[in-house]
Design a protein around this ligand. Structure first.
Ligand code: AKG
Length: 277
């Protein structure tokens, strides 16, 4: 960690112009081993909590709305998180957990790692930022489903009045390439702010971006080593293909916002300051 973590002016220009910037291999194997272990602990904890919640729902002790389906896919509200399951009928495999940082002390500390907070402060040109939300995408071998093209901003717009001032940072826990469903972003797609969603009769359709409103050929594939970070604007169109490989493609996405704002799904404000380092 000898070199400066500050965002360079070239990186900031790229972020503003293309809607994202990339830093490869920010975290090395020594960093990643405990992070991957924590990811698996979180998955086990979320699975147990989901099973327990499902049992309570079956016995009508918890509301049916805690174990529900949207467009056929299962979600469980458990362990103070939304746990999404993979799309195969009856799948017990967890796809996404949001938020997850509170489920393991390694992640509770990770959200304030200077290798994340310093460049994000550079994006905001601020010396303090707050956490907005955090999710872990597990994308298991052969089973991990894709994410259709979308912007994150519309998903938050009903509860957030500062979607223009949210910045995501993805950290890859495994080497990512097209075979294991690497992350993809569309260059410049953030420039017009909120883009129209799909009107396809599904509940989530409006959250998927209408391809007539961005240039799909401008996609950039994040074929990056484990431990890389991609910082991207909340309006940047992004997604990924399914994991068709025998390798994992796990990733964490943390979203930061201007300081002093509370989190999305938790009744708490987590500020981080450059001066606390
Ligand atoms: O992890 C991926 O491949 C896609 C993630 C994504 O689109 C999201 O978390 O909003």
């Amino acid at each position: 960690m000898g070199e400066s973590l500050e965002l360079t002016s070239a990186e900031r220009e790229r972020y503003l112009d293309e809607g994202f910037l990339v830093r490869k291999s920010v975290f090395d194997e020594a960093d990643l081993v405990p992070i991957r272990e924590a990811a698996e602990r979180v998955a086990v904890r979320a699975a147990k909590a989901s099973d327990a919640k499902a049992s309570l729902v079956t016995r009508a002790i918890a509301p049916a709305s805690d174990d529900y389906r949207v467009d056929g896919n299962r979600y469980v509200e458990a362990a103070d998180a939304t746990v999404q399951f993979e799309h195969g009928e009856g799948s017990q495999t967890i796809r996404v957990i949001e938020p997850f940082h509170h489920l393991d002390p390694v992640f509770d500390a990770f959200v304030e790692d200077p290798r994340l907070v310093v460049p994000v402060c550079g994006v905001f040109q601020a010396d303090r930022v707050a956490l907005w939300t955090d999710k872990i995408n597990l994308k298991r071998p052969r089973e991990g489903s894709g994410f259709r093209w979308h912007q994150d901003s519309p998903y938050w717009s009903h509860v957030c009045d500062h979607c223009d001032r949210l910045s995501n940072i993805m950290i890859t826990l495994d080497d990512a390439d097209r075979e294991n469903g690497c992350f993809r972003l569309v260059r410049g797609s953030h420039r017009k702010g909120f883009l129209p969603g799909l009107d396809d009769g599904t509940a989530l359709g409006p959250l998927f971006t209408d391809p007539n409103h961005f240039d799909e050929s401008a996609e950039w594939l994040a074929e990056v080593p484990a431990g890389s970070v991609v910082i991207f604007d909340a309006h940047t169109v992004h997604g990924s293909e399914p994991n068709e490989s025998d390798r994992a493609r796990r990733a964490i996405v943390l979203t930061y916002q201007p300081a002093d704002n509370p989190m999305f799904k938790m009744d708490e404000t987590r500020n981080f300051s450059l001066h606390a380092r």
